[in-house]
Design a protein around this ligand. Structure first.
Ligand SMILES: C[S@@+](CC[C@H](N)C(=O)[O-])C[C@H]1O[C@@H](n2cnc3c(N)ncnc32)[C@H](O)[C@@H]1O
Length: 224
């Protein structure tokens, strides 16, 4: 499905989110500045797609002249990764891998992020356990994903997200399915309290959720 929409993915992301997606990636990257600017930190951006979260992490890391941060983007869609790689010859590094079965040793990374990818995993608990496995003790995870805003704002947003977005997405991508799947996948995604409980069960401490833009999106954080 993601391979099918790869050619128009970036364009549609920016159009359908009115460019707010860029703000969300930047805000997430800023949150992890203390890790990103650390000497020799190892960072993994899971389900990186065309790499916009990965690039936001790198921009934050290079603010510190001393940091020698290693940043890797991982995704199981080759087409998405090719687009990511085409955006910059200088890296970050890209790797084709399944988030549920990562080709990395235990306790390898200081930070694992995932933007709008985690929600798509077939097994959320297995995904959290795999993130915890590859993190070093004290390492952090940041999962940025959609939420369901409440109240008046939520009612307006639901009309847009369920009625308008699938139609525009299908029209521009020329692919039937993925943009109807998007609201369905957000409905399937656990609400914050449940997601935080799952993170704790997977071994994360200090698990917390920060809503972005009325809760349309939000960042889950946890420490191993
Ligand atoms: C909505 S895109 C998000 C891409 C990017 N992180 C962003 O913020 O634009 C979701 C990505 O997750 C990837 N993905 C879904 N399940 C995956 C899995 N099990 N392992 C690796 N990548 C996966 C898809 O291929 C897709 O590129």
């Amino acid at each position: 499905m993601f391979t099918a929409i790869a050619p128009r993915y970036d364009f549609l992301n920016h159009v359908l989110s009115f460019n707010i997606d860029r703000m969300w990636w930047r805000r997430t990257a800023r949150t992890f500045r203390p890790i990103l600017t650390r000497l020799d930190a190892r960072i993994l951006d899971l389900c990186c797609g065309t790499g916009d979260m990965t690039f936001a992490l790198r921009r934050e890391a290079v603010r510190s002249k001393t940091a020698a941060t290693q940043i890797l983007g991982a995704d199981f869609s080759h087409a998405m990764l090719r687009r990511a790689a085409a955006k910059s010859a200088a890296g970050p590094g890209w790797i084709e891998a399944d988030a549920l079965n990562l080709p990395f040793p235990d306790s390898h990374f200081d930070l694992v992020t995932s933007a709008f990818g985690f929600r798509n995993l077939a097994d959320y608990d297995a995904g959290l356990r795999e993130i915890a496995r590859v993190l070093r003790p004290g390492g952090e995870c940041g999962i940025l994903d959609f939420g369901e805003p409440k109240g008046m704002m939520g009612a307006i947003y639901r009309i847009y997200f369920k009625q308008v977005l699938p139609r525009v997405g299908t029209l521009i991508s020329g692919v039937r399915g993925p943009y109807a799947y998007l609201p369905a996948s957000v409905e399937r995604f656990p609400p914050p309290q449940e997601m935080l409980a799952r993170m704790k069960r997977a071994g994360f401490v200090e698990a917390a959720w920060t809503p972005y833009t009325f809760g349309i999106a939000g960042l889950y954080r946890g420490k191993k």
